[in-house]
Ligand binder design. Structure first.
Ligand code: SP5
Ligand code: ZN
Length: 342
């Protein structure tokens, strides 16, 4: 399968992540992509395509216009305010404050549009996020134009970005933008299978009221894992979307046997739904050595589950999400694609 890729991901290169009370170099770093392309090249799978420019319409079909405007100018507002470091939110419209007021000043705006504090905004972050959505859209069109599958090597990732909030290393929801684009291009029903270790809260929120996009997610139980406040099994959709969200929260130290059983249940949901196309939010932070996650998948398990996903027998778009065991991220990611194609 083809891989859509651009070097513009390097524009996202922030220096800080608020982690454990200190500022560390972000887990979501440019080398992640270098290890993946190196592994694609090593296995002779490096059939690369540059993304096309899809403009803002597919973004504004998913995200709030005020949020998009904020992201486009956040770094400039921050730099103009005289701060020396990167932009990190410090106050939120939380339970005891008003959630309806939109402030003017950058600290207030950051809190309003952020859902977490670990994702520093730095110069170039917005331009990289724009390139990343174009990677997803270009790969989506490869699939809609007849390729069995395509790999969108997105960076920054997207599944935590909601209609109007960024965080969890995500700014624009690449998988959601692509899935919605595929709906417009003739796929009547699109299923999203989110196998990243973390719950895809943004994707869930975006499609929560819709019955044309099924969202299925396997993830660390939010009682123990980020994003902590969404991803419970009793979240099943609302209104017309009731029954079109399926969450599989899994416990600390879940081995592949447990994870794979949940995958099979999720794939059954997708088959019952009658999807015309599949979008896989592909995070490989389920790996046993991932530094911020707690599942126990081994490298060979990624090959196995790639094969199980192929069994859905659907045109499939893989969209890169998380994975922070950088030395093994290439092996694990390409194992999924290899297992799919085998
Ligand atoms: C796309 C994606 O995978 N985003 C993940 C964002 C996670 N950010 C919060 C990290 C906090 C990690 N806490 C782990 C505790 C380990 N002792
Ligand atoms: Zn993740």
């Amino acid at each position: 399968m083809k891989t859509v890729f651009t070097e513009r991901h390097y524009l996202r290169n922030s220096k800080t992540e608020l982690y454990g009370g200190t500022l560390v170099r972000p887990f979501e770093c440019p080398e992640r992509i270098e290890f993946i392309t190196a592994e694609l090249d090593k296995r002779g799978l490096g059939d690369y395509v540059e993304p096309a420019d899809y403009g803002m319409d597919p973004v504004l079909a998913i995200h709030d216009a005020g949020f998009v405007d904020f992201l486009s100018k956040a770094w400039q507002l921050w730099a103009d305010s005289g701060y020396k470091g990167e932009a990190i939110p410090t106050v939120w419209p939380s339970r005891s404050l008003s959630v309806d007021r939109i402030p003017k000043q950058i600290d207030g705006l950051l809190g309003y549009y952020a859902l977490a504090g670990e994702t520093s905004i730095s110069e170039g972050s917005w331009e990289a996020a724009l390139a990343s959505k174009d990677v997803a859209l270009t790969a989506a069109d490869l699939v809609m134009n007849g390729d069995r599958a395509a790999f969108a090597l997105c960076r920054p990732p997207g599944h935590h970005a909601s209609t109007s909030q960024f965080g969890g290393y995500c700014f624009l929801n690449n998988a959601a933008i692509a899935a919605n684009h595929m709906r417009g291009k003739g796929a009547a029903k699109v299923a999203i299978l989110d196998v990243d270790f973390h719950h895809g809260n943004g994707t869930q929120e975006i499609f929560y009221n819709r019955d044309d996009v099924l969202f299925v997610s396997l993830h660390g139980d939010p009682v123990d894992a980020f994003p902590h406040f969404l991803g419970y099994a009793d979240e099943t959709g609302a209104g017309a979307g009731e029954g079109f969200t399926a969450n599989f929260p899994l416990p600390v130290a879940a081995p592949y046997e447990v994870w794979g059983a949940a995958l099979d249940e999720g794939l059954k949901r997708i088959a019952d739904f009658g999807a015309d196309a599949l979008v896989v939010s592909l995070g490989v932070d389920t790996f046993e050595k991932d530094p911020i996650s707690f599942f126990k998948l081994r490298s060979q398990d990624f090959t196995d589950y790639g094969g199980r996903i192929a069994g859905a027998n659907l045109p499939t778009l893989f969209v890169m999400e998380g994975g922070y065991a950088v030395e093994e991220i290439g092996i694990n990611t390409v194992n999924v694609l290899d297992g799919f194609e085998a």
